[in-house]
Design a protein around this ligand. Structure first.
Ligand code: ATP
Length: 234
């Protein structure tokens, strides 16, 4: 289990996270939803060790991880698939994927996982030798996700995986998230698409300007009047 307690983060004078606490149980899909600027990405980046906390703790399987460097957090089994398309445009699809395995040296395992990623994303397989930068937006999103999986994580953190995708692809991405979870991976999902996120999530937290204001099972929040009004278009 991943456990976040009283996490505070500042960017200069901006108090971006104002003491948030939440848990991500093993094997579950947990989602954080909220408006722009609520602090969703900051939360994921803090867990990944990319943003320094001012106060609070982050523990994984009972061990503190909040002062580890990012690569040790990946080694511990937690990976972030970042928002946008932070892939390497001049490297091929295969090279991008292999970069995800940079902390590993189990050659056979890496090959097996590459096969698994290609099974999940047949489009990437067809485009093995294509340069990342020439992929469509949706394909780049899949590549970012595939690269994250190549570290063989136990916990996958996804920052807005459906951002900017056409409806059919959005559906595909959420199916893939469920497939990844069905393989035993724990998922921490950040989404603007609250409807789709709540539908797949076992449990959800609503973030408003750096604070958790509401939580509950995904299905329950889908029916919550406040959530409907603020995040599901009434
Ligand atoms: P979005 O859905 O728009 O991505 P978010 O919920 O992920 O929003 P964050 O990106 O975590 O929100 O931002 C939280 C707050 O921190 C915002 O007010 C944002 O402007 C601020 N912020 C984020 N990154 C930085 C940074 N590098 N420097 C200064 N302020 C930042």
């Amino acid at each position: 289990m991943l456990s976040i307690q009283d996490l505070h983060v500042y960017y200069g004078g901006i108090h971006a996270l104002k003491g948030i606490s939440f848990e991500v149980p093993e094997g579950k899909i947990v989602t954080l939803i909220g408006a722009n600027g609520a602090g969703k990405s900051t939360t994921l980046r803090s867990i990944a060790g990319l943003v320094k906390k001012a106060k609070g703790s982050i523990s994984y399987k009972g061990q503190r991880i909040d002062s580890l460097p990012p690569e040790d957090i990946v080694k511990a089994g937690i990976v972030l698939s970042p928002e946008g398309r932070r892939i390497f445009p001049h490297l091929t699809v295969l090279e991008n994927l292999m970069l995800g395995a940079y902390t590993r040296n189990d050659k056979e395992g890496i090959e097996k996982d590459l096969e698994w990623v290609y099974e999940l994303f047949p489009r990437l397989k067809e485009r093995t030798w294509q340069k990342g930068g020439t992929l469509s937006g949706g394909e780049q999103q899949m590549l970012a996700l595939g690269r994250a999986l190549m570290s063989r994580p136990d916990v996958v953190m996804l920052d807005e995986p459906s951002l900017g995708l056409a409806p059919l692809l959005v559906k595909e991405v959420f199916e893939i998230i469920e497939a990844i979870n069905a393989q035993g991976k724990t998922v921490l999902l950040v989404e603007q698409n609250a409807f789709a996120a709540l539908k797949v999530a076992h449990y959800a937290y609503v973030l408003e300007v750096g604070k958790i204001v509401l939580e509950g099972p995904g299905q329950e929040l889908l029916e919550n009047e406040k959530v409907k009004e603020a995040y599901l278009g009434g």
